[in-house]
Design a binder for this molecule. Sequence first.
Ligand code: SF4
Length: 360
Amino acid sequence: MKYLDEFRRPEQIAALLQEIRRITRRPLRFMEVCGTHTMAIARWGLKRLLPEEIELVSGPGCPVCVTANPDIDRAIALADIPEAIIATFGDLMRVPGSLSSLNGQRARGRDIRVVYSPLDALSLAEEFPKNKVIFIAVGFETTAPTLAATIKEAYVRGLANFFALSLHKTVPPALATLLDLGEIKLDGFILPGHVSAVIGSKPYEFIPKDHGLGCVITGFEPADILQAILLLVSQANALAPRVEIQYRRGVNPAGNRIAREIMAEVFAPAPGLWRGLGMIPESGLELRDRWASFDGGRTFPVELPQAKESPGCRCGEVLRGLISPRECPLYGRLCTPEEPHGPCMVSTEGSCAAAWKEEI
Ligand code: SF4
């Protein structure tokens, strides 16, 4: 298949690995920010193929994993509203909140449904006009334009029973916070291809400029990721950090203007609460006042329980790259994909789920 097979050719992968080995002169630690990269690295066994000097750590790029417990609790509480139908993505269903999960509430009789896109939730609102359909929206810049378009479509169709709880977040402020915390020493970032297809390369320029770290916007096939690592090693060797685009077939430096415009029309930057990173200014996306009637958070104030984490779960440290999943004492014992204790094991893009995949 075009754009896939050509980035999976064994001889190309072998050549890239040989070149990485040839030019690597010292231990280097790169963070892959995106959960899809984390899964691709696990799926293709890339960590085992790389020279031992190259360490890959995962960052805060799985949208389900970074959704903090107070926000999970809010989604759960919205299910108690009379006539509510909660619509959300499957991964979010099993994430433990402070007292329960969406799955747990569904077992108790709440109407909570898995959808594959916000447009599915819009269809539910049309199908059930007497209900209040509340879409729980998690994601980054990749999916925010689709939610924005769906809210505009709800307005066009005159749907007064469609709402969104926007828990969307933006990636660059989280990277700035991670770097400002100064807890982890990195030598560069493998940056997300899909997010960057929307925002372009400019929002990352503070990373080489202020922190002296290389960045490569990267595709999702094994040869993409290895090319990105090769570029990062070259940048580190040359002491010339910059933002490079490896994923040229998906990203141009200016990003996608139309997607950014519809995001800006519907959303305003707002403080965003991140698991592991706390409240980060301007890292969330809230509905602008013009669209307030579609805002599930503003329309339905709910009482929240005292937020608490799953006992022993170290997802916050995993998301900051401070520990590997296997360093969590619960990993593989009390926390498995069948019985997850934290979101990083629940999500198909979570670091702990990816580590588990590497073992089977
Ligand atoms: Fe959280 Fe489970 Fe990962 Fe531990 S292994 S950090 S409990 S998800």
